[in-house]
Design a protein around this ligand. Structure first.
Ligand code: SF4
Ligand code: SF4
Length: 208
């Protein structure tokens, strides 16, 4: 089985959120629901020295995240009906709306906040890797729309051969929890998962 996944280059991302909006537009998502979310992570401060001069250690960067189509998905394990499942052909994790009972266990289990409850349809929804577009040779809409080319999608083995295997970048959780099919390209500002120096500056926007 080929496992498809994303590469997210935080050294290129400017936080414009075109990816978030193009996903929202394609999937006609209601207000408050974003299958792709762009975390704004920053910290540091200005420091006054004894001689009256100032220096700073401020930092900021953006991390664009959707579902990571994990190798060991916590969501599918938590789902009592099998609605949340991993596709054999490409490893993408999708939800079958005809089987979902809206219990939201997958939402509670996922450490990335990917599954989101649709209050109108009373079922779970999430990033499906745009598998219908991919089947026709296109890229996921988030990847295609990014003006900075900060996102890539493809077989995760090929992406790892090109970019390595870092996914332990704040504010993301420890990747050993679910073995996500995502690689985070770092910048000089990057902090590791569990970092206490920075914080998410847009919690409401990312659904926290
Ligand atoms: S990111 Fe969350 S929803 Fe997506 S496969 Fe992993 S555990 Fe499941
Ligand atoms: S579209 Fe590209 S640059 Fe803009 S927020 Fe998304 S990943 Fe970052």
């Amino acid at each position: 089985m080929a496992q498809m996944g994303f590469y997210v280059d935080t050294s290129k991302c400017t936080g414009c959120k075109t990816c978030q909006l193009s996903c929202k537009d394609k999937n006609d998502l209601p207000v408050g629901m974003n299958w792709r979310r762009v975390y704004e992570y920053s910290g540091g401060d200005w420091v006054q020295h004894e001689d009256g001069t100032f220096s700073n250690d401020v930092f900021a960067y953006y991390v664009s995240i959707s579902c990571n189509h994990c190798a060991q998905p916590a969501c599918t394990k938590a789902c009592p009906t099998g609605a949340m499942h991993k596709r054999e052909e490409d490893g993408l994790v999708v939800v079958d709306n005809t089987v979902c009972v809206g219990c939201r266990y997958c939402e509670m289990a996922c450490p990335y906040g990917a599954p989101q409850f649709n209050p109108v349809k009373k079922v779970m929804s999430k990033c499906d890797g745009c598998y219908e577009r991919v089947a026709t040779g296109q890229q996921p809409v988030c990847v295609e729309s990014c003006p900075l080319r900060a996102l890539e999608f493809g077989p995760i083995d090929e992406l790892r051969a090109r970019y390595g295997n870092r996914a332990d970048i704040a504010p993301l959780p420890d990747p050993t929890l679910t073995n996500p099919s995502v690689i985070i390209g770092t910048s000089r500002n990057s902090r590791l998962s569990g970092d206490k120096e920075g914080k998410i500056e847009n919690p409401q926007e990312v659904g926290l």
